[in-house]
Design a protein around this ligand. Structure first.
Ligand SMILES: [Zn+2]
Length: 304
């Protein structure tokens, strides 16, 4: 069976990006898979630690079991998203047992998020996970720079943040980070931000983010590996399309499908209607926003 590392590599070489859809509620799985299959596209299905702590994905095993119910390996694979060493509430997390569990459950790629640590500690923490995951032939995504928004406190105004370049991934640090950790993919901060997940703020509409494409290009030449764009909801479409030509091979999408699910469920009390909303939004993302319908054969996700 084709490996996820090869799919991302092919997307990277072809100048397209594979979306990774987050599943904070288990009933979102079915409509996301259905939309990806119908568009003859390819996607990763993500769960992140904040989603089983703050939402209702219930944990690694529950997401893997739901994924197995709708299993379509030619179209979708399971990815472990953000496992932060320091979490969004500034608590230290014992991360290695989480990675061991994910690998044992069949997650095919993983992300270690040491971005709240100083550089040397981020390198050290990432390196440990790379050793563990590579021993199981699993690719590792890491993060350098600060993709803000998950934290509980209010964000500074977006334009201020963008203009200051605060938290943007540093080009020289990125080169060193990739060499020393040997991570496979790198999540970078170039103007992208996460949707809010803190209680009381998670319904907020995301601001429309822009990307510093120049910085992205420099990061791409300094690292020479597939780059990942977090906070993929609500970025200007032309920025996203341009980013795909500058090394972005994976785009995380969470808020864009979570909010329609929550809003529809709240309004109609119907899980089926909420699932329909997720299906429609995912179809729009794949077909219109990212323009990656029909790419499955190109990136190698073929039936075996
Ligand atoms: Zn993220």
């Amino acid at each position: 069976m084709l490996k996820v590392a090869d799919v991302i590599e092919k997307a990277w070489e072809s100048g397209v990006a594979i979306p990774a859809f987050n599943i904070p509620y288990l009933p979102m799985m079915e409509p996301v898979v259905q939309a990806v299959v119908e568009a003859d596209s390819f996607a990763l299905i993500d769960t992140a630690r904040p989603e089983w702590i703050k939402f209702e994905s219930k944990g690694l095993a529950a997401v893997a079991a739901e994924f197995a119910k709708w299993r379509q390996p030619a179209y979708v694979r399971l990815h472990l998203d953000h496992v932060p060493v320091i979490d969004e509430d500034q608590q230290r997390v014992d991360v290695l047992p989480i990675f061991k569990e994910a690998i044992a459950l069949g997650y095919e790629s993983v992300m270690i998020d040491g971005s709240r640590l100083p550089l040397d500690e981020n390198i050290k923490a990432t390196r440990q996970v790379v050793e563990l995951a590579h021993a199981a032939d699993i690719p590792v995504e890491a993060e350098l720079g600060a993709v803000m928004g998950h934290e509980a406190g209010p964000l500074p105004p977006y334009e201020e943040l963008y203009a200051s370049g605060k938290g943007f991934t540093d080009v020289r640090e990125a080169g060193r980070f990739v060499r020393e950790t040997e991570c496979d993919w790198l999540s970078v901060a170039v103007g992208n931000i996460h949707g809010a997940i803190a209680a009381g703020r998670k319904d907020q509409k995301k601001v429309e983010a822009r990307l510093n494409l120049n910085r992205l290009e420099q990061l791409h030449s300094a690292t020479c590996i597939p780059l990942v764009l977090h906070g993929g909801s609500g970025i200007k479409q032309e920025s996203v399309r341009e980013a795909m030509k500058r090394g972005i091979a994976k785009i995380n999408v969470a808020t864009e499908i979570r909010q329609p699910y929550e809003a529809t469920l709240k309004e109609t009390k119907s899980v089926a209607k909420a699932q329909q909303a997720v299906y429609e939004r995912t179809t729009w993302i794949v077909n219109e926003y990212l323009g990656i319908a029909g790419i499955r054969k190109m990136v190698g996700g073929v039936n075996q």
